[in-house]
Each structure stands twice: as C-alpha cells, then as structure tokens.
Design a protein around this ligand. Structure first.
Ligand code: C5P
Length: 402
C-alpha cells in the first residue's frame, strides 16, 4: 500500500452501526502512512466517539461542534475540502445520501463535500427496506451520474437488523482498495463500456478425489486486476481457480478447478470481451488417468503417466479479433525477459507481464509484486515492487497505450 504514503485522505463518518468498521479503515490508512482527517456527523457519535477516531488517526476528529472554529484562520469545511485528495463517506446513510443528491449542506460533512473538488468514494450502509426505497435509489442514481462520485458496495448479507439482504457496507479491505485506486487514477474512469475478462489462480488436476497436481498461486494478482479494472469503470468477469478470497461485489465470477474447465469458461466469455488478461497459473500437465474413488496408499503408482493440458492463451491468441487485446503473464525464475518475449510471440499476445517468482515480495501468495511489461511493439517498462493492486493499475495504464 505504498501508494498511500503521505497521501491526504478525508473520511466522513455517518450515523450507522457500520461506523465501527470505519475505525479499521482509519487505522489501516494511518499505518500505511496516509494522512487521515475525519469528520463525524452528530448521529455517528451514537455509535463511535470522536476520541476513537482521534486516537486512530493521530489527529483531532472534526465534529459539528467545531464547525465555526477555524483552522489556520480559515473555515473548517473550506480548509478540509481543499486539503483532501480523496474523500470517503462511510457509512453513507439514507439521510446524507439524500442531502448530497440535492446539493444540501446543513452540517460539517455535507458542507465539506460542497467545498471540495476531489473524488468522493461512497460506501452506503442501511437496512434493506431503506436501501430499496424508490426515493433512496433515485437519489443514489442521481448522485452516481456525477463524475466525482464513486461507489463501493453495498453488498448483501446479515444486517444488524437481523435481516439478510442488500444494504451491508463494503468490507474495510474493499474500501481501502477503492481508495488506493482513486489515488492512482485521480478518479479517471477510462474503462467505461469495456468488457474485461480475467483468469486467475492455480488450476488443479486431480489424480483421485483427494490428490491433485497444482501450484501455489493464490490468484491475488488476478483479483487485483479485477478490482482495478472495475474501479476504472469496466464490466469485469473473473474466471478463477480455487481461492480463499471473496470476489468483490460488482465482479462476475466463474469458479473453475481444472485447466479444461478454465478453457471452457474462457472460450465461452472470450467473444464478448474487449480485453483479456490471462493471469492464471495453469498446471501444464495432468495425470493421464483419473480414479473416481480415493486410491488406497498401497495402490498409488510409483510413477505417474502425464498428459498436457490445453494451452488456453495460445488458443485465445488464434481466435483473437482485431478489436481485442490479449495479455499474458509469465511467472519466471532467473532471466524473466527472454522467455516472456518468446511467449509473447508464440502465443500471439499483445503484451505480457513478466514477473519473477524467486524474489522476496513478489510472485505467488505475496501481497506485493514486481514485473517487466513487454508489448508486441517493443515497449518495455519495469515496475518495481508495489502492491498487486498498484501493479494492476500500472498494467492497465500500459495496455491503454497499445
Ligand atoms: O505457464 P506459462 O509461464 O507458460 O504461462 C504463460 C501464459 O500462458 C500465462 O498467461 C498463462 O496464464 C497462460 N497459460 C495458459 N494455458 C496453459 C499454460 C499457460 O493459458 N496451459
């Protein structure tokens, strides 16, 4: 989360039980090196206290009580509004949503919105009945039609009112990812109308119902690509091998296990996609035979006859249409450029991300990564270690120039 270091993030906290989760957002932002300022509405203080937020952000929290106590001789809402690089409003209540949709300002939070120009990230949270009201939905759509507003969630799940339905605030990790994206893009939505298809994770080839040939890929790179593309406005489909993470709200997920299943899913979605990124670590081989019952230990073979699995990206390369862009990944040890260039050419890719898997802080399972991007025009860009989300944005920037 290097991108957060020294960046100015303003958090507006509304009056809902999800306010307690925003404390984690504040804390994580501070620990990642961001400068955090927070505004608490009066209702939010029924759930958390200014002292909580002051302590976590290492800066006095702002409330309506201090509205007319200037900072540096300037009104608080003007000073904070101009200070912020990103303004997060979480939880966004039906009341604040309604006020923002109509340009109303009757407290510090809403006045600061009007006095600011930066991108605003909205994380709504409310009871399902409230969220689904026509009036609330109308306000929501109206607000999102303005370029500066971005949204994260709400998702569905068990709500504090014991109801299961939509209206659940996005998890802190999702809010943080959206903040990182906004800091990278400045709010630019350059993938609106684009359909992006991503594969990720390590496929598994089972020998029997228990044992398989696989690899340590966790699929986090493809997850980061899906988030980055979605934050930039794309319609995203993520074909993923078994994973421990949850697919973010707004991404269409197709879970698969084997290379053959991944091939089927990718071929099915491919004709509709504009940009295809093959980040999956496909197991290149599979056992020639599959036993439907678990093999007893003493019946396990001492050597295993193997067969190749389909080369998915090569097949997509054959079918590629002129408007489509096909991007591969090459996880390598040693020299990463030469084999990646060979794959770029052989598989008819438009670009490839060569990433080392023998470096600390890169490759399988890590939250950070580094890579060299290469394209079929001879461009080469090196990206030093950064979060996988940031690397995903750098790759999307690189592809944009294709
Ligand atoms: O494993 P390798 O480094 O050759 O992978 C290069 C690219 O090819 C990656 O984008 C990977 O997702 C893709 N690939 C594939 N089908 C395979 C093997 C790899 O699509 N059977």
């Amino acid at each position: 989360m290097q991108i957060l270091r020294g960046r100015r993030v303003l958090i507006g906290i509304g009056g809902g039980i999800a306010a307690y989760k925003v404390c984690e957002v504040v804390s994580t932002l501070f620990k990642a090196g961001a400068k955090v300022r927070a505004i608490l509405t009066e209702a939010s203080q029924e759930f958390i206290t200014p002292l909580t937020v002051t302590t976590l952000s290492r800066h006095p929290a702002y409330t309506d009580e201090g509205f007319w106590q200037p900072i540096h001789d300037r009104p608080v809402h003007i000073e904070l509004g101009e200070w912020a690089e990103v303004f997060v409003i979480a939880p966004l209540t039906a009341n604040t949503l309604g006020k923002l949709a109509h340009g109303l300002a009757d407290n510090l939070l809403t006045n600061t919105v009007l006095a600011s120009e930066c991108p605003i990230l909205l994380a709504p949270a409310m009871n399902t009945q409230m969220w689904e009201q026509l009036s609330v939905q109308r306000n929501w759509q109206q607000l999102l039609s303005e370029q500066r507003y971005h949204s994260v969630g709400p998702g569905a799940g068990l709500l504090a009112c014991d109801r299961v339905g939509s209206g659940r605030m996005a998890e802190p990790a999702e809010i943080l990812a959206a903040v990182e994206s906004l800091l990278h893009t400045g709010g630019k939505q350059d993938l609106v109308g684009k359909r992006v298809l991503i594969s990720t994770g390590g496929t598994r080839e089972y020998l029997d119902p228990v044992r398989f040939i696989g690899n340590p890929s966790t699929g986090k790179m493809g997850l980061a690509l899906a988030q980055a593309a979605m934050h930039r406005g794309a319609n995203v489909t993520l074909v993923h091998a078994p994973a421990t993470w949850e697919v973010p709200e707004g991404v269409r997920a197709i879970p698969v296990v084997s290379a053959a299943q991944m091939q089927q899913a990718m071929l099915g979605c491919f004709p509709d996609a504009d940009l295809i990124v093959m980040a999956a670590a496909v197991a290149d081989i599979k056992p020639a035979e599959y036993a439907t019952e678990k093999l007893p230990k003493k019946l396990l073979p001492t050597s295993l006859p193997l067969e190749p699995v389909p080369d998915i990206v090569a097949e997509l390369g054959q079918r590629k249409q002129p408007h489509q862009r096909l991007i591969g990944f090459a996880a390598q040890t040693g020299d990463i450029v030469k084999p990646a260039l060979q794959k770029l050419k052989e598989k008819k890719l438009d670009a490839i991300a060569a990433n080392p898997i023998d470096q600390p802080d890169a490759g399988f399972g890590s939250d950070t990564n580094q890579a060299i991007f290469l394209d079929n025009q001879g461009r080469q860009v090196e990206i030093s270690p950064c979060s996988k989300l940031q690397l995903a944005h750098h790759l999307l920037d690189f592809i944009n120039a294709l």
